[in-house]
Structures are given as C-alpha cells and as structure tokens.
Design a protein around this ligand. Structure first.
Ligand code: AMP
Ligand code: ZN
Length: 112
C-alpha cells in the first residue's frame, strides 16, 4: 500500500523506534504515547483492520503473542492493556491493523 504510513514503517521507508521485529510482525513506539509504555504491534503485510487480518489465524496469533510478551515485559506484575481500535466508531485512525500495548500506569474503565 503506497500511501500507508505503517507499511512505510514496516519497510523502513520512514523511521520509527522499532522495539521488536520478525518476519511477519514489528513493534514500534507510539509517536503520541498515552501511557509510560505505549507500543504498537503490527503486521509487516498490509491488512486494514483486525477483521481482515483475522482471515490469517497464524498472523493474529503472532500479533497477540508479541503484544502480550511486550505487555508482560513492560507491565510486570501490575499488568497491561491491549487495544485494537477498529473502524471509525472504534477510533481507528491508521488503516493498517495494530495492537496498542499500554503499560506503566493504572488504566480506567470504561474507555472514552
Ligand atoms: P489508532 O487511532 O488506533 O488507529 O492508532 C494509531 C496510532 O498510531 C496513534 O496512537 C498514533 O499516535 C500512532 N502513530 C501515528 N503515526 C505514527 C508514526 N509515524 N509512528 C508511530 N506511531 C504513530
Ligand atoms: Zn499498510
């Protein structure tokens, strides 16, 4: 996807702070962090939403697995939060699926 910012990050065409990378998944620091730790775990391949990505069960597994490991690493015993905003009502602003990993502070519920 030529105009997708996360595709460009995945290929290295635009810079990001990459904290994890394998063949199918990368994790980056969010540019506008909402918690002391705020990472984004995204597939290297373009999938617009989690619904599209769900057609590839192995990929969903990798996204959740990597996000959980990073959450555990940064949240420790206090825990962490994983979020997948989906579509306009879900608050998704970048159309390349990503799992937010938030840790390092107490989270409230319900979200806004
Ligand atoms: P969402 O609103 O769920 O689609 O989340 C998009 C996230 O991407 C937001 O938290 C933004 O701060 C973040 N973001 C946008 N552009 C960049 C970028 N170039 N590098 C890192 N994070 C970004
Ligand atoms: Zn993309």
């Amino acid at each position: 996807m030529d105009d997708c910012i996360f595709c460009k990050i995945a290929t290295g065409a635009i810079p990001a702070k990459v904290v994890y990378r394998d063949d199918s998944v990368i994790a980056i620091a969010d540019l506008n962090p909402q918690a002391p730790t705020h990472l984004l775990v995204l597939p290297v391949a373009h999938h617009a939403t989690v619904v599209e990505a769900s057609e590839d069960g192995a990929l969903i597994g990798r996204l959740v697995s990597v996000a959980s490991q990073l959450g555990k690493q940064h949240g420790g015993d206090g825990g962490f939060r994983l979020v997948v905003n989906t579509g306009p009502d879900g608050g998704q602003t970048v159309g390349h699926v990503h799992v937010h990993v938030l840790a390092g502070r107490h989270m409230t519920w319900p979200p806004g």
